[in-house]
Design a protein around this ligand. Sequence first.
Ligand code: PMV
Length: 296
Amino acid sequence: MVVYSAPAKIYLFGEHAVVYGKHAVAVAVDLRTRVELFERSDSSMYHTAADTRYIKEAVKVFSAIKDVKGVEIDVKSDIPIGAGLGSSAAVTVATLGALNDEFDGDLNKTKIANLAFKVEKSVQGVASPTDTFVSTVGGIVLVPDLIRILDTIEPAIVIGDTRTVGSTKELVEAVGELRSREPEVVDLIFDAIDTISTLGYSHLKLGDYARVGEFMNINHGLLDALGVGSLKLSTLVDVARSNGALGAKITGAGGGGCIVTICERDTVEAVCDAIKAHGGDAIVVDVANAGLRREE
Ligand code: PMV
């Protein structure tokens, strides 16, 4: 038996535009999915509240590398499902990590991240490699370069969950349709987001968090312009900012799901209270330095 875990992620900048090859900055955060895996000699069994399609596809993809007769998999997760925090990537990565160990797959992290991306694409139809890569390696990552650029940031990261769910597939398709109708306008928005991600990355490296926050705010406006906002998301963004957050924006596909904010430590409580007072769940997280890891 082996146990592996992998973290959730947030986007500081760049979701949606990243699907079109633009830059994004994503951060692994310390909400984790834990996969316990036992080898079985016959069929497979899965115990999880999550979508089993990702686990089944991960077993199928791994079976092309090593013969797997059967497995029993137990999943425990602190990542809200369908909320834009990469819960499906985390369960996919942790499952592949556990399979690799139990069946001596000899896969390094790069290969696991690549396989996990293949699984996400085949289940979802559309995906960028962001979630699976970040969940595998941890830290703060620049996309599409797929390099880990930093280990941590000073401000606290506060997530506001609207407790509503958005479909990544449908939202990516809706943005694609908007782009087909209005290519000149939408490409300008994507280019602006690309600039935000690359300059935002420099501000992060310099520790200029006031500007990082300002860029998150601009990025939020552009996501709204792409039509992936909602009243609940905008409300949480507004109240987080008016209670002292340095920056606040949608994270992930939007439509529902979560916002992400960065806050000086002394404003965390006020920002959390404001999110809760407006119907959201507030989750304070740190950067997860460890991506995929074996648990004892
Ligand atoms: O909502 P999430 O966590 O699946 O993030 C989606 C981010 C998109 O850029 C909209 C799509 C993608 O695969 O990168």
